[in-house]
Design a protein around this ligand. Sequence first.
Ligand SMILES: Nc1ncnc2c1ncn2[C@@H]1O[C@H](COP(=O)(O)OP(=O)(O)OP(=O)(O)O)[C@@H](O)[C@H]1O
Ligand SMILES: [Mg+2]
Length: 250
Amino acid sequence: MLRMNGVCVTAVDDSGSKEILNNVTMTLENNKIYVMTGPNGGGKSSIAKVIMGIFQPSGGQIFLDDTDITHMSITERAKLGIGYAFQAPARFKGIRVRDLLKLAAGGAKIDQCQLLYDVGLCAQDYLDREINSTFSGGELKRIEIASILARNLKVAVFDEPEAGIDLWSFQRLTETFEALHRKYDTTIVIISHQERILRLADEVILISDGTVARRTSHEEFLGEISMIDKDCLCKENCIKGGVTNAECSR
Ligand SMILES: Nc1ncnc2c1ncn2[C@@H]1O[C@H](COP(=O)(O)OP(=O)(O)OP(=O)(O)O)[C@@H](O)[C@H]1O
Ligand SMILES: [Mg+2]
């Protein structure tokens, strides 16, 4: 179980400081799929980064079960079983796919062919290929997802796994999330804007303006989305704060 209690994140750059997460409080249970969605710039990836330890909170606390992980490093959190597949994965240059998966598994027994199959890649074509600039964005994204699947995680966060992924692999990926859910006790967090992914959710968490705007079932959430006036130009604002048509001028 992952618990965030009043978590705030302040980013500081040349133009000054800016609060990008504001009082994020939520409990995520084991063996559940949560889909985080919401407007661009709302704070979804920042929540993933503060869970992984890439961002350090300026306030609040984060617990994994009963352990306070608020000030732990990325490595410490990874050891405890937290994993994050980035929205835009880094390029691990000069390492074979087979070795990357082995490294990710950290000594645990894995079926590398199955892992690649799970993300829609053919093992024969990829296992011995060295990762370099010849990989497409979608291939890299899927290899990174496979490296997260290689670990038996307590909390796995996938940031827009569908981004840049073709329809066939996307179908395989949704089945993989379902299988992961059936097989393990993992808390699965998927950041997504895709209806097919939203349908996998035990709970949809709407993130807006750097905080949790609302938690709801996917049936309720998708029902409300379908009610939004198709011609309305302010669709994003319409669901802001979880209130349908809140700022719609029509
Ligand atoms: N390192 C940073 N420094 C300054 N501002 C940042 C930083 N990281 C994120 N932000 C800002 O914080 C806000 C939330 O960003 P975040 O990436 O979490 O949004 P998101 O909900 O994931 O959006 P998207 O749907 O586009 O991926 C944005 O306004 C973004 O510009
Ligand atoms: Mg994002």
